[in-house]
Design a protein. Structure first.
Length: 697
């Protein structure tokens, strides 16, 4: 009997429901083989395009190089989506090593495409002379041409060679940055064996720590730097010495004298990006990036950040004084507030002012009920439904897979949810895709496979996963991104879903966070996991009343990150300053205390967004989009938070359009006018006399 020859799963139809990734059939060695074959197929398609004797047209050049998948799926896109998503969510030493091997090869291939002179000449010819195009086709053509130019197509050979070297080095260093951060984060644990040292910690934190120790075959209680462990420890532990230890471990990651130190990597990445931008004719990397952003220039970014500092800093100072006051009431007038004390006393202050504690709410936020609530919200707004399907393969037992159906019952998308921290998973939360959306030439609407990856509180042997209100907001945030992906309805994949300008992409996600404190929404799912009793009205009133608790401090924190990002990427000359003192100097503008800076603490070396995550010169986007989301939600507040007519308008003009038009045009079409900062200030309880608009291009 002939033994069946195994075929690499990436090389054939997946033969799964909705063509979902067959994670159960993929082996490590499949990735490299598929990467190399994908590169070969790309090169074959490029050769076919540039050797086409016919006159360059939109159809035989732009679609060929961008979105032509008719009967020929893009193998490189396919394997890249799976590999790099797993690299963030479920990696191991072998995956990390393969990433180190493949990254320079993939970067070189991308450069070969963008710096191919013959291919660019055809694209340029179409850009100059083309048939009448639809608005979406015109956007694709402009993006394609600009993509070549912004990738160095107009450089001479010397410039192209230099650009290759710079981009390949930057690509490798970004990967190394992320791998170092993951290793450092997972390397630290705090094992407590004396039960007295657990004083102040809530039962949920203690049970989670006991479960973590048990999983490592240890006796006692194990705490980590993952947020579901770190956050409650810093908020509730009465052991100030241990809070200091946890804080310092978390805030000195990747600064130590070991192979995971990211200080030199940060400095080099800043200089590489500056040199890339200047090679392409821009003064700074920020100028290069903002050319394709709603903000449009550095001046507008600083105008936004400075206006937020002016509006929020006085209130933030008042908030800090309140913290110091309550701390000294408990500790004595000589008490000096340190960074590891702030969460602890903020909790005390919240209890005093609002009689509210995150732990009071946990029993009402059991994960399965939160899932029902979030899915139910999407149903009430847009009519869509979610059905878990355990036949869809997943990459880890924690992951749940759902089919999503539109309001008419038709299939809309596949949705994966990956909820809990684990060893091979990066910290934080994000949305991603295993397959994007596009429409084939035959008119078939290929639907997306989207995923949200989070690090929420895990279940224990004694209790199910009980979330904090902050974790509910995180879920809503990432779910907002996923709706942007699931509702995508564009012809070209590169313009669909979340493929929009980066200071627009956070609008759908931050918009969804608004629902977390709305009574009508909480009433749909917030029931006690043991008694079934609904979240009491008095607690809901406290939640609403406390919504702006420490809001000014939180705003300044985000602004400080935006300032740091801009400070790095507006450098015009070689950046030769030491990272740690430079960072602390930039933050002087947002400082609200006179306490000396903590030695060796550093945000930059773990600031994945701007060093390895694509937000370089773009971190201001969160605040920019916050202006938009507050303004957009004000329409729902006026018309009703579940108003389906407004929701349909939001879907039609924002969520389904992707990057097919300028984002401000899309927003104005939904809203009826440009946004102002007024709704954000009102939501945060900040009073300001003059009216301010978001700068327009």
């Amino acid at each position: 009997m002939n033994e069946k020859i195994r075929v690499n799963p990436f090389f054939e139809d997946y033969h799964t429901l909705h063509d979902t990734v067959p994670f159960d059939r993929i082996q490590l060695e499949d990735f490299e083989e598929a990467f190399m074959e994908g590169i070969r197929r790309d090169n074959e398609l490029i050769d076919k395009t540039i050797n086409n004797p016919a006159k360059p047209t939109f159809d035989n050049t732009i679609i060929n190089t961008e979105e032509d998948k008719e009967g020929y799926y893009d193998l490189l896109d396919r394997v890249s989506a799976v590999f790099f998503n797993l690299l963030s969510a479920e990696t191991n030493d072998e995956m990390d090593a393969l990433a180190q091997k493949m990254q320079p090869i993939l970067t070189q291939h991308a450069n070969d495409m963008r710096l191919n002179k013959q291919l660019f000449e055809r694209v340029k010819a179409v850009h100059l002379h083309h048939r009448k195009l639809t608005p979406e086709e015109k956007m694709l053509l402009d993006n394609c041409y600009d993509g070549f130019v912004r990738s160095g197509a107009l450089l001479d050979e010397e410039g192209k060679n230099r650009l290759r070297a710079l981009t390949e080095e930057a690509s490798m260093l970004s990967l190394q940055f992320s791998q170092n951060l993951l290793k450092e984060t997972k390397a630290f644990t705090l094992l407590i064996t004396d039960e007295k040292l657990l004083d102040g910690l809530p039962d949920t934190a203690i049970e989670a720590a006991r479960q973590a120790a048990k999983e490592e075959d240890l006796e006692g209680w194990l705490f980590t730097l993952d947020h579901p462990s770190y956050g409650p420890f810093m908020t509730y532990s009465t052991q100030r010495v241990l809070r200091e230890k946890m804080f310092m471990e978390r805030n000195t990651l990747c600064t130590h004298d070991n192979p995971e130190n990211n200080l030199a990597i940060c400095q080099r990445l800043i200089n590489l990006r500056r040199e890339i931008a200047q090679l392409l004719g821009y003064k700074t990397y920020a100028d290069y990036v903002l050319k394709k952003r709603m903000a449009s220039n550095v001046r507008n970014v600083y105008r936004l950040l400075d206006s937020l500092i002016d509006a929020y800093k006085p209130t933030a100072i008042e908030e800090y004084h309140e913290l110091v006051k309550i701390a000294r009431e408990k500790e004595g007038e000589d008490f000096q507030m340190d960074a590891w004390d702030q969460s602890f006393y903020a909790h005390k202050l919240q209890l005093k002012k609002f009689k509210l504690d995150q732990e009071m709410l946990r029993p009402y936020f059991e994960l399965s009920k939160v899932i029902d609530g979030v899915f139910g919200l999407a149903h009430r707004l847009y009519g869509i439904t979610f059905k878990e399907n355990k036949d869809i393969p997943v990459y880890h037992p924690d992951v749940k897979a759902y089919e999503v159906f539109d309001k008419d019952g038709s299939y809309l998308a596949v949705f994966y949810a990956d909820f809990f921290p684990r060893k091979g998973k990066q910290g934080g939360a994000w949305m991603t895709e295993f397959q994007g959306q596009w429409i084939t030439r035959k008119g078939e609407n290929v639907r997306p496979h989207v995923s949200v990856v989070m690090n929420l509180t895990k279940p224990t042997d004694e209790k199910p996963a009980l979330l904090t209100l902050g974790e509910v907001e995180t879920f809503l945030h990432e779910f907002g991104h996923s709706l942007h992906g699931m509702f995508a309805n564009t012809r070209f994949e590169s313009l669909s879903g979340t493929n929009v300008w980066w200071d627009f992409v956070e609008l759908p996600s931050q918009f969804m966070e608004n629902f977390a404190v709305e009574k009508e929404f909480l009433r749909t799912f917030a029931f006690h996991y043991q008694t079934g009793e609904p979240l009491p009205d008095q607690l809901i009133r406290r939640i609403v009343k406390s919504r702006n608790f420490m809001a000014a401090t939180a705003c300044l924190r985000q602004v400080s990150f935006g300032l740091l990002d801009m400070a790095y990427y507006t450098q015009r000359k070689e950046f030769d300053k030491e990272i740690i003192p430079f960072e602390k100097n930039v933050w002087e503008k947002t400082r609200i205390t006179k306490n000396p800076h903590l030695k060796n603490t550093c945000m930059s070396v773990q600031f994945s967004h701007i060093m390895a995550g694509g937000y370089a010169a773009g971190y201001y986007s969160y605040k920019w989009a916050e202006v938009l989301d507050a303004d957009a939600f004000s329409v729902f507040k006026k018309k009703g938070i579940f108003n389906q007519e407004v929701a349909q308008r939001f879907r039609d003009n924002i969520l389904s359009k992707g990057g097919t038009e300028h984002p401000m045009q899309l927003y104005v079409r939904f809203r009826g006018c440009p946004p102002t900062i007024d709704a954000l200030l009102k939501r945060n309880g900040i009073k300001r006399k003059e009216k301010q608009s978001v700068p327009k291009k």
